[in-house]
Design a protein around this ligand. Structure first.
Ligand code: ADP
Ligand code: ADP
Length: 223
């Protein structure tokens, strides 16, 4: 059991989704990914999905008021009482401050940041394939291809490429990361809470480094 929130930071394509999926499964707590939540809303055609989609399609951040409330409603859920792995939030200083306030006194948190050079990010995003049935089933056309092209090994779901994983939008997302999200890294580094993790290795090596970074901040394993 853990009573801790793991905050996983890193630029687009750094492996947050891949690592958060494994960490949350092994820790037995939910993987909460704001990008996945918005994509679900878009697929369902909700008002929130339509509003968020306009920003996502161009690579900009969805406005804080749309993100923060959605996130806090989600982590108030019964399944998050023992902790959760947060992927894709916070993405600017104001979100980091909201999260600090939301967590204050209730949770301890560990913050890990996946570090990957830009040229590797671009390669990873260019080959990313996601499963329509379960956003935790993540593939790469060259680095971790499915056994059968276009089909998820785990559930048989159809694999697809994200619309925003095209070169123009990726360039904008990397720019937005540097302009707005990098400040979040500095915020946690100044607090002394940041655990940098070398994300430019194979997924198993990254996972080992992440586990030890997170354990160093006192996450207990088990259930
Ligand atoms: P990636 O996996 O490439 O880091 P995500 O799936 O986390 O991308 O996010 C995709 C898009 O969703 C972002 O480009 C942004 O438009 C929107 N988004 C996700 N999380 C947030 C957030 N915390 N604040 C603002 N926008 C967000
Ligand atoms: P993020 O959530 O940070 O945007 P993902 O976990 O979706 O990143 O990974 C982006 C792409 O890179 C996916 O296609 C994934 O299969 C691949 N990938 C993730 N981690 C690694 C790694 N350590 N080495 C090579 N490819 C990776």
């Amino acid at each position: 059991m853990i009573d801790q929130v793991v905050i996983l930071l890193g630029p687009p394509g750094s492996g947050k989704g891949t690592q958060a999926t494994r960490l949350s499964a092994e820790l037995g707590v939910p993987h909460v990914a704001t990008g996945d939540m918005f994509r679900t809303q878009m697929e369902e055609g909700t008002d929130l999905g339509q509003r968020a989609g306009r920003y996502m399609d161009s690579g900009r951040l969805v406005p804080d008021e749309l993100v923060t409330e959605m996130l806090f409603v989600r982590v108030d859920g019964e399944d998050c009482v023992e902790g959760y792995v947060l992927d894709g939030f916070p993405r600017n200083l104001s979100q980091a401050e909201s999260l600090d306030q939301g967590l204050e006194g209730r949770w301890s948190s560990s913050v890990a940041s996946l570090e990957v050079p830009d040229e590797v990010l671009v390669e990873r995003i260019a080959g990313r394939l996601l499963c329509r049935e379960d956003s935790n089933h993540i593939y790469h056309a060259s680095f971790s291809p499915p056994k059968v092209e276009g089909v998820c090994d785990e559930c048989g779901g159809e694999l697809y490429r994200r619309e925003d994983d095209n070169p123009e939008v990726v360039a904008e997302r990397l720019y937005v990361y540097r302009e707005q999200t990098a400040a979040v890294i500095t915020h946690y580094a100044q607090d002394g809470r940041l655990e940098p993790v070398d994300g430019n290795q194979g997924p198993d090596e990254v996972y080992r480094a992440l586990r030890s970074a997170v354990e160093g901040s006192d996450v207990e394993e088990g259930g």
